[in-house]
Design a protein around this ligand. Structure first.
Ligand code: MOS
Length: 729
């Protein structure tokens, strides 16, 4: 069969929606212009645990423009049928169903008014009385639950008898996603039909969650979300404010807009949970790791047990024959955490890659050499062959491009004026998530195509990259392809998170487009009036909307000519991909290299340059991939040096619930960053388009690379993220 020419895939194209975004015409959740909309503002609990003993709404209701105040005293009883979205252990916060307060900031009432100003003012006038109890928000002192366990071999014995041992405990602070766009929902009921314009990374997930809240069929809820201003995982799940907007709309009979304030984003939606991660490594003197023992603790809420895939890395990244892990969650008086970029894997990488660096130092072995000694030939957790694992190549390319071999391994050996200079490296791994998906493909008689799937674009550029896949599979130019997303009525899509969008949606788009192209070719070769009549279908390719014999471009015709002559307004197919049973171990990989400068007397850390080399399978859209690499590394710098949600354990209040006190990297914090995606990495075991996903892997390993560089610069091992000046003084 003649392969379709590849013109769009692999080309460094700019975003097809770039102009819409920079001109403000991309419509985000709160910006949809819905007739008759009124405004809702949530009243948050000011205690961390206890009961509501009274709510006085008289002053609020007396304000001009206030329509209603809803609390557990007057809210409808809601069904809270079990949701079909069973992760994370989704019991959901049952808003306004009783007088219990489970965490500080929990919604206790909502004010609906004709203007935002009236709603905000009235929300301050709602007087809530509480019976407060002692709040437990400190993971260090609260009791942990039952562990999730993993074991192979006899790790404790192997550790005890190892020639060299490292035993270290690493802490990672709670962090918030802090996307630019706040979470926002507009809810409107038309009879029994609910429409939500929502910020979501998963339109169908929000649809199912909200349908479950009301106990109505999934089809009764439609979720519309064409643009998302950053997500990082936080918009995968339907949070309480979405249900509140829907309740408020039903109770007032008006469309209701509810936008969380920046402050409310620190307790109204999820966050990356804090972790304590103890690693024990046992090795021989040449650096072969025989044993890994790992004990983890992470925070969760009292009403849901959030647990993420944090144990996988320790099971497959290195070849240790003896591994034992246990992970306990600690229920606290907090709202439920959620996945945040590189979920689980980034946390594991910080602990394991720091410990490996400690071991390399102990053994006086180069950190890359140590990792090469422990590179498995097959997945040691299940004996499966790797589909593709090019970590060795990441090391080689990274060492060469970064200039690793010029490094003096001795800590605190390089100075530049007041600054101590150091370099460090770390490895990242991330799962290849295969859920399957569907995409509708419609080829119109005018030679344009419309492709739809109920996915999302939180920033990576789904509109663009899916159009690239479609353009080549259909044989159209990018200009004639439109990809639409962000509507739960479109064909089924899994969450737009976990780096799975290109894997799943891309495979479904390609399937649908291949089928439509083949339908058109069949139509042509069977049509006596076509110049392609009688040609073997396998010999025909389509290029820029024109079907022709692959080695005789002169013989052919356009889609438009073919469809018009045959009185076809369009050809349409529902493309789909369903992954088969995995016979391989499938992950993405990265090696991150960082150079830092540390002010010896002030403890300030500046990242000077950074390089990431990634094995992410085939790259569909190099410019977007590069953009992800830069963004991932910026995020990793934030995790390493700045990001920390601080809780006052006396009352559960988040102290820095704003972007002035919660530090994120700004331009001045960001040096030269470079991402390299290894060429030729097509992974057809993973999926039909050979991709492995890349949004997570570009972030994972960044923080430990920086931490290891800080050790190399200073000789001080900081085992807590973020690395602060105080820790270095
Ligand atoms: Mo992210 S945690 O892949 O949305």
């Amino acid at each position: 069969m003649s392969p379709q020419p590849q013109a769009a895939v692999g080309a460094p194209l700019s975003r097809v929606d770039g102009r819409l975004k920079v001109t403000g015409k991309a419509t985000y959740a709160a910006e949809h212009d819905i007739k008759g909309v009124v405004h809702a503002v949530i009243v948050d609990s000011t205690i961390g645990r206890g009961r509501i003993t009274g709510i006085d709404t008289r002053a609020a209701l007396a304000q001009p423009g206030v329509i209603k105040v809803i609390s557990h005293l007057n809210a409808p009883r809601l069904a809270y049928r079990g949701t079909e979205n069973d992760w994370p252990d989704s019991k959901q916060l049952r808003i306004f169903q009783d007088d219990k307060v489970l965490f500080r900031g929990q919604p206790v009432a909502v004010v609906v008014a004709t203007t935002l100003e009236a709603a905000e003012h009235a929300a301050h006038l709602v007087k809530v009385r509480y019976d407060a109890e002692k709040t437990s928000t400190d993971m260090a002192t609260a009791p942990a639950g039952e562990p999730v366990n993993y074991a192979r071999g006899d790790a404790d014995k192997a550790y005890e008898s190892a020639a060299v041992q490292v035993d270290a405990t690493y802490q990672q602070a709670r962090a918030h996603h802090n996307a630019m766009e706040p979470h926002a929902t507009i809810a409107r009921w038309d009879g029994d039909q609910l429409t939500l314009w929502d910020k979501t990374q998963w339109p169908m997930g929000t649809q199912k969650d909200v349908a479950a809240v009301f106990g109505i069929p999934n089809d009764s809820v439609r979720v519309i979300s064409p643009f998302v201003g950053g997500g990082f995982g936080n918009a995968i799940r339907a949070w309480p404010h979405i249900a509140i907007a829907a309740v408020a709309a039903r109770e007032t009979g008006r469309p209701v807009k509810l936008v969380l304030s920046r402050r409310q984003l620190y307790f109204g939606v999820g966050y990356r949970p804090s972790y304590e991660y103890r690693v024990r490594l046992g090795s021989d003197r040449r650096g072969r790791v025989s044993a890994m023992v790992q004990h983890l603790k992470s925070e969760t809420s009292t009403y849901e047990n959030f647990i993420e895939g944090v144990l996988n890395t320790g099971q497959m990244v290195y070849n240790a024959p003896h591994v034992r892990q246990d992970h306990r969650t600690v229920p606290l008086d907090v709202n439920t955490p959620i996945w945040m970029r590189g979920p689980g894997y980034a946390t594991a990488a910080f602990a394991i890659e720091s410990a490996m660096d400690e071991l390399a130092h102990e053994l006086d072995i180069d950190p890359i050499e140590l990792r090469r000694h422990n590179e498995p030939e097959e997945d040691p957790s299940n004996g499966l062959p790797f589909s593709t694992r090019r970590l060795r190549e990441c090391y080689t390319v990274g060492a060469r491009e970064f200039g690793w071999n010029r490094r003096d391994p001795k800590p605190r050996s390089t100075r530049d004026g007041d600054w101590l200079i150091g370099t460090g490296m770390a490895v990242g791994t991330y799962d290849v998530i295969r859920n399957g998906a569907q995409a509708r493909v419609r080829l119109n008689a005018d030679g344009t195509a419309l492709i739809q799937s109920a996915t999302s674009d939180m920033g990576p550029g789904t509109y663009t990259s899916q159009s690239q896949v479609a353009a080549d599979a259909l044989g159209l130019t990018m200009r004639n392809v439109t990809f639409q997303l962000g509507d739960s009525t479109m064909p089924t899509a899994p969450p737009h998170g976990g780096s799975q969008t290109m894997i799943n949606i891309g495979s479904a788009v390609q399937d649908g487009c291949d089928k439509v192209r083949k339908q058109a070719i069949k139509l042509a070769v069977e049509d006596k009036d076509s110049p392609l009549y009688g040609v073997d279908a396998e010999d025909i390719v389509v290029r820029a909307g024109r079907l022709h014999v692959s080695d005789n471009p002169a013989r052919g015709e356009t889609y438009r000519q073919l469809l018009t002559r045959n009185n076809r307004t369009h050809l349409e197919v529902l493309g789909s991909w369903t992954p088969g049973q995995a016979r391989h171990s499938m992950y993405t990989y990265g090696a991150i290299f960082a150079e830092v400068a540390v002010d010896a007397s002030l403890g300030l850390v500046r990242v000077r340059r950074m390089l990431g080399v990634f094995d992410a399978g085939r790259i569909i859209s190099p410019k977007l991939a590069d953009s992800q690499a830069l963004g991932g590394m910026v995020g990793g710098i934030g995790a390493a040096l700045l990001e920390h949600t601080v809780t006052d354990h006396r009352d559960g209040r988040i102290v820095n619930a704003n972007l002035a006190d919660y530090m994120v990297p700004v331009n001045a914090d960001i040096p030269d960053l470079r991402g390299i995606f290894l060429d030729g990495g097509e992974d057809l075991e993973a999926d039909p388009i050979g991709v492995k996903g890349l949004g997570e892997i570009v972030y994972i390993g960044v923080a430990p690379a920086i931490a290891n560089a800080v050790f190399h610069a200073t000789g001080r091992r900081v085992r807590e993220l973020p690395i602060t000046a105080e820790a270095l003084l």
